[in-house]
Design a protein around this ligand. Structure first.
Ligand SMILES: [Ca+2]
Length: 91
């Protein structure tokens, strides 16, 4: 569990070069390299761009750590639902 949290943090920082926000290209790279197994559209740049815009709640064109956590939470939730076979938490 602790290593998973560290991975979430270091993956973000590696992709952002230690900055507070991921650029569009940094986000593309992160999704493609690190999340391709969980996300079917990870290889499609236009789909990843759309996803980025959906996450970008303050509309600054970049993905903050908080916005990135929204994606991680979403993926974790999807994985949990597919493993438990329930849609109890569907929203
Ligand atoms: Ca943002």
């Amino acid at each position: 569990m602790e290593s998973a949290i560290k991975t979430v943090v270091t993956t973000f920082l590696n992709s952002s070069s230690g900055k507070e926000n991921l650029s569009g290209s940094g986000f593309q790279k992160l999704v493609k390299k690190k999340l391709g197994g969980l996300m079917q559209d990870a290889d499609r740049a236009s789909a990843v761009k759309e996803m980025q815009q959906g996450l970008d709640v303050n509309n600054d064109g970049k993905v903050s750590f908080q916005e990135y956590l929204t994606l991680i939470g979403y993926l974790a939730n999807s994985l949990s639902e597919s493993k438990s076979g329930s849609s109890a938490n569907a929203s």
